[in-house]
Each structure stands twice: as C-alpha cells, then as structure tokens.
Design a protein around this ligand. Structure first.
Ligand code: DGJ
Length: 728
C-alpha cells in the first residue's frame, strides 16, 4: 500500500525541501499508522488510530487537523522543542540534520516493516527508523538503528526510540507505579501543559517505581470499555524515560533509554539499536489496549505464551531459608496430593564454605549445601519423580555477597568504583556482578548451564534479582565507556539470556526481582512469567494484579495462595478469597501445606481441580475488567473469556462491607450477547453447597446489560466468588 500525492501546505511549513511526499500506511487488524516520507525531507507522522484505507488517507489532508510531526526530531538545527536524538560529533559540533535517503517496505517472520533511512547532510552519520506491524495483532512498534559511519567516536547524548505526536485534548495519563511489596498501583491523572516524565534510574529493576508503559486517553477520563486510548510500552529492562510533552495545541510522547548519566560513545562503524516502543490504539477504552498487549505478548513477547502453566508450590513463605531434603520431600508430597504439578525450592539451598542460612552470605556459590541436602539436587528431583511432579529451583545469578567464595576469588567481577569503599546491599553484603564483562557473562551463563546439564530434570528456574546498581563503576570497561554501564549491563544480560534460551528452549524461567521489579518486555521474551510481588496478601494483590493487567497477561502473572494471617500485612484472609484471587493469574501456592487443616486441604484440592478446568480461559483468553478496586466501591470484579466467547471465568470480591450497603450490579462485558450461559460455581465454600448462581442459565444480553447481583451472594466481609460460564 503506497500512495503518492502532493502535500502542499503543512509539509511545506514543516520542512520546505520537497513538495512531493509518499504516504505509507501500516495496518494491523484494527489500527493504522500513516507516515509521510519525502526524499531529502524528514519522515512525518500523519495518522495513528482506527484502521483506515488508502482512500481514507487522501481524506486526511482534506480534513487536516493539527496532527503531524517530525517522526525523529534531531537536535542541532531549528533546535527549539523536544528532540528524539542529540549527538556530539568528533569536532565538537552538536548539530544533526537528517534527510531521508531511502525507504523500504519489507517483512520479517512476524510482521510488516517500514524502514526509513536518514543521513546527516554533512557528517557520516545514519539513522534507520523502523516501524513494524505485528501479524495477527494490534501492535505497531517503532525503533531506530543509529550508525556512526565516520572514523572517530560520536557521542550519543540522547537516543530515544520514538517521538510520537498525539492529539491534544482533554488527555489523561494512566500508568502504574509503586515500590517493594506495593508494585503496579494504578494512577490516572489529567495531562497538564508542560512535561510529565515517567522514568527509572534504579539500574536493574525498572518496573518498581514506574512501569515503562503508559496509556493516554484522547478525550476525557480513562474508561474501561469506551473512549480512544493510546498505549505504549518500552521493550527494555534498564533505565528508561517516557516523557509526555503537552503544549497548548500539541502532545508528544518521547520514549527510550534514559540518557541521563548514560552518554554512549558510538565507535567508528558501530550501530546502536534503540529498544522497540510497542504501541496500540483502542476505541474500546483501556480494556482494548490491555487485550491488544496481552494477545501480542502471548504470541511474541513472553516465552511459551501459548502453553498453559503448571500449578506450583514455592517454598519461600513456607520455610524461608530452612530448606532440607526432608522438608522439601514433605512439601512435594503435599502439593502433589493437593493436585499441584510442580515444586520450586526457593532461596537457602546453596553455599559450601559459606552456607546460605540467611541473606548475609553465599550468593555466587551455586553448589549444594551438603548439610541441608546430603543427596544433592538429585535427591530432590528423585522426590519429585516419586510424587509425579516437576522440580524447580531458585537462583540469583547476577549477584554475589562479599562473603562468598566467588567474591574471594574474583573481587574484580563486581561493579565497583575504584578507590571507594563498596556499598553493600541486602544482608549488608550483597553486590552486583559486572555483566558488561564477557567473562562475567560466561560465568552467569555457566550457573544455569551447569544446573541444567547436570540435572536435566530441573524443569523450572526462578531467576531473582535483589539489588539496584549501587556501585556505579566497572573495572572491565575503559574510562571512556564508564558512562555506558547502565546500558551495557542490560546488553550483557540479554546475551546471557539468549545463550540460555538457545540451549534450553523448554525450561520454564520466572523473572523475579524482589517481587515485581522486572515486569517489563525487555526481559519477558526470555521468561515464561514474572513474580508479581513479595506481597502475597490476596486483598492487596487485587490492586497490584489489576495494575499489572494493564499491559501484562494473566498467563505470566504468578499469583500464590499464602498463609493467613499474611506474612507481609498481618491480614486474615479466608482461604477461598485467597484462591479466588490467585486463580485470576498463574495459580500457585506459597506456604507450608503441613500447617493446613484437613478442611483447608479439602478446599484447596477442589479449587485446584476447578482451576485446571478454567486454566486455558484465564491464561489464554481475553481479560475484561468489570469493577475496579480503585473505584472505592464495595466490590471488585473481572472476567476472562475465550476468544470465541463460548466459555468464561468470572470473579468478584467483597472489599468493603457495611450493613445494607449499596452494591453495584456487575455487567459482564466479555460475554456474547447472542448466547445463553450456564453458570457453575467453581469454588463453593463447602463441597456440594454452591452459591445461588450455580446451575442457572442466563442470556448474554442479561449478563451484559443488566448484570449479576453479586452483592446478594457476597454478604459478608472478605467473601468472593469464582464462576464458570459455559455457552449453551
Ligand atoms: C525475593 C523474592 O521476591 C522472594 O520471592 C524470594 O525468592 C526471596 N527473594 C529469596 O531471597
């Protein structure tokens, strides 16, 4: 699809080089992006929104509203306003003047691409801008490749992935932010004139304080099912910056690696690839953006996104570091009896000279602690086999403790500032390995490699990361490259993960970073799931999981049933409520099953059986958020539906309880209004005593436009329901 026509007025106003432009339309299933390209000029965004045809494109110019913008503005000439790229040439010049020299439409294995080549008019410096429409999805992404074709280094001072113009109206930004144990809280604010900056400078775990993603409404407060919304997510695991620049009549989103304290020296002939910015545009409110990202993630951005996940027991909150063969064996036997499929031994199993009994020692010494585990890992995999389940293990391979054999042998392998004392993190001794160093990359790869070659029965690895970059300095990088550590660390990490995936494509990997610090699409293409939060309180998880669901699918969201009172908040939460919350993600358990009563075990067995029934709906279906926990109503509710809407799983929770309090009806927006649905209670409190909705057949129209009166069932504080809907 390629249309040529004359663009007289506005292009001339932007860059008076040529009057003839070619317009390129890149479309997904429901959206289109139009970029104008003029040889000798600069690429210009013309449109991003609901799908349009070539004929519609002509009308764009007839009906022109103020939406067009330089697609990759460079600092140097005409230099007012915000830019996407700024450089310092070897002669000190800070000017860059890019003109388009070539344009190509091409495809790769999962999308159609538009590639625009731009060259500086004076210096040997090239930028290739990419736009990619992913097949069978509603995601378009964009990034650049920046090449120094000269003989001397060029300093990259800013190197954003994209600068996207949007319509200025009554815009709101909706994004998630938080901290340890309180990740992914949803915040929705009007976009004021000036700049709104979402950024991270933590070094390793970029999703804690502000997730590298944002939704922006085109007109009015964010709605779940209505209204036009733009959403974007930066596919990067390191420091990032998303800047929303609002002026009277214009709105821009500039997103990329955070360039602050990260000047990058581009050597002769070197190419720097900026991370992809994945974008979606919805006319169905925020829900449309989430569903577009979830579908795309399952297909392209999350490992094994089409395969349902095992139900597991993780040992952490059950025994913390007190692991040993007997207790692991007992936990494996118990989870197998409850219907679980996998057991994961968490922290505390390693360290020889320095045994890992608390968090002061041993990171780096990935050999079994023989006192705790005399039969080694083989003893554990044998137990798992005995009970007919799989076995998984915890590691934190990017780290060391200063009390470890690794540190004794290789003190130069940690990030550090020469001539300054080392700042030590968790346990007073934790430090970060220098992944900019290829030898350290080899070592980090070898940790997983050894475990998986020596113990091929290991089916799952929880990959943790519990420190920021505290000692900014590398003994490996030369002085001229010290400012690249924040970037090169993540390039090094990616290399390691690529090697692991090339050799072990089937192992299940969990991205954990002190909870939800690594919920980002920079790492998720290598991981099957993320640990959502170290806060396992089901009540608070409703808020956290709601936040994560904005961009990340349920199949990747590890949600565990833990003990009550909860270890983080002290809250008492009924087991049914805990299950009904964890069943909306990848269900797991994280407690000592030995401490459960017989009644609790009986309930857990039934809930696990029910989860298996709805697992494909939750993990592979479409999410419809129905009543937000952030709306301060007495309930919260959500549902998943298969793509053909023949089956759905519905969940509702009583958050607040006052006598005779008004409770809204819940409209099930995800059902097919032309079908009837049989309702089944998935988790009755007592076997054989389902809730009042069980066994009823209700039409899709009634479910969608009238709704379910969940308040009549959730008549006590901390009550909940999980229903399956089966189209008749
Ligand atoms: C932090 C993780 O988030 C926890 O789940 C647990 O694995 C601990 N680390 C172990 O040290």
């Amino acid at each position: 699809m390629k249309i040529k026509f004359l663009v007289l007025t506005f292009v001339a106003a932007l860059f008076a080089v040529s009057l003839q432009a070619e317009d390129y339309v890149l479309s997904t299933e429901n959206t289109s992006l139009v970029v104008s390209v003029t040889k000798g000029g600069k690429p210009v965004y013309q449109y991003y929104g609901p799908k349009i045809s070539d004929a519609d494109v002509n009308g764009l110019f007839a009906s022109r509203v103020n939406f067009s913008g330089d697609a990759y503005p460079a600092f140097g000439l005409n230099s007012s306003g915000e830019k996407a790229i700024a450089v310092e040439m070897p002669d000190g010049s800070m000017s860059l003047d890019l003109e388009t020299t070539a344009m190509e439409r091409t495809t790769d294995k999962n999308g159609q691409l538009l590639v625009i080549t731009m060259k500086d008019k004076v210096y040997p410096f090239v930028v290739k801008q990419y736009f990619k429409a992913y097949n069978q999805s509603d995601i378009i992404s964009t990034w650049t490749e920046i090449t120094n074709e000269g003989k001397k280094d060029v300093k990259l001072l800013q190197f954003s992935s994209a600068c996207v113009p949007l319509h200025r109206g009554n815009n709101y930004a909706s994004h998630v932010h938080g901290s340890w144990g309180c990740e992914s809280y949803l915040a929705e604010d009007p976009i004021a004139n000036g700049q709104t900056v979402l950024a991270d400078k933590e070094g390793l775990r970029n999703a804690w304080s502000n997730n590298p993603s944002v939704m922006i409404t085109m007109n009015g407060q964010p709605q779940e099912n209505e209204g036009e919304v733009f959403g974007c997510n930066l596919l990067w695991s390191g420091n990032y910056k998303i800047k929303i620049v609002a002026e009277n009549n214009s709105l821009q989103v500039i997103a990329g690696i955070n360039e602050e304290t990260s000047t990058y020296s581009l050597s002769a002939k070197e190419t720097f690839k900026t991370p992809e910015l994945a974008m979606a545009y919805s006319t169905e409110g925020k829900g449309g953006i989430s569903r577009a990202f979830h579908r795309w993630a399952r297909q392209y951005a999350l490992m094994h996104g089409d395969k349902v996940r095992d139900i597991l027991l993780n040992s952490w909150e059950g025994v913390y570091m007190n692991v040993n063969q007997d207790v692991m064996d007992q936990m494996m036997g118990d989870i197998a009896k409850l219907g679980g499929e996998l057991f994961v031994m968490d922290d505390g199993w390693f360290g020889d000279k320095y045994p890992r009994n608390d968090d002061h020692t041993s990171l780096g010494d990935w050999m079994v602690n023989k006192t705790k585990l005399p039969q080694g890992i083989d003893g554990l995999t044998a137990s798992a086999k005995k009970y007919g389940i799989k076995f998984g293990i915890w590691i934190e391979p990017e780290m060391a403790n200063t009390k470890s054999e690794l540190f004794d042998n290789h003190p130069e392998w940690i990030l550090q500032q020469k001539n300054r004392p080392i700042i030590q993190g968790r346990g007073g001794t934790q430090v970060v390995l220098d992944l900019t160093n290829p030898k350290v990359q080899d070592y980090v790869f070898s940790i997983t490699d050894k475990l998986l070659t020596q113990h091929p029965d290991i089916a799952y690895i929880k990959w943790d990361c519990n420190a920021p970059i505290m000692n900014y300095g590398s003994t490996y990088l030369p002085a001229s490259k010290q400012s690249e550590i924040y970037i090169r660390y993540h390039m090094g990490l990616r290399k390691v993960l690529e090697r692991i995936r090339a050799k072990y494509p089937n192992v299940v990997l969990q991205a954990c970073a002190s909870g939800g610090g690594r919920i980002n699409y920079g790492v998720l293409p290598y991981f099957d799931e993320f640990w959502t939060s170290d806060d396992t309180d089901a009540y608070q998880r409703l808020f956290i999981q709601w936040g994560d669901s904005q961009f990340y699918p349920a199949i990747g969201m590890a949600a565990h049933v833990s003990a009550s009172p909860n270890h983080q908040t002290g809250r008492q939460v009924p087991l049914k409520f805990r299950f009904d919350v964890a069943m909306t993600g990848r269900l797991g358990m994280e407690l000592q099953p030995k401490s459960m009563s017989d009644e609790e075990r009986e309930f857990a067995t039934r809930a696990i059986t029910s989860y298996k029934e709805i697992r494909p709906i939750v993990q592979l279906g479409d999410l419809y958020r129905l009543v937000s926990p952030y709306d301060h109503l007495p309930i919260s509710s959500l549902m998943y539906a298969t793509q053909d809407r023949s089956r759905a799983a519905f969940f509702a929770y009583r958050l607040d309880y006052l006598y005779n309090q008004q409770v809204p009806l819940v409209r099930l927006t995800g059902v097919d209004e032309n079908r009837n649905y049989l309702i089944k209670d998935l988790t009755p409190q007592q076997a054989g005593k389902p809730c009042a909705f069980d066994g009823k057949v209700v039409s899709g129209k009634i479910l969608k436009y009238v709704g379910l009166e969940v308040g009549s069932v959730l008549e006590r504080p901390m009550t909940s329901m999980a229903l399956e809907l089966i189209a008749q």
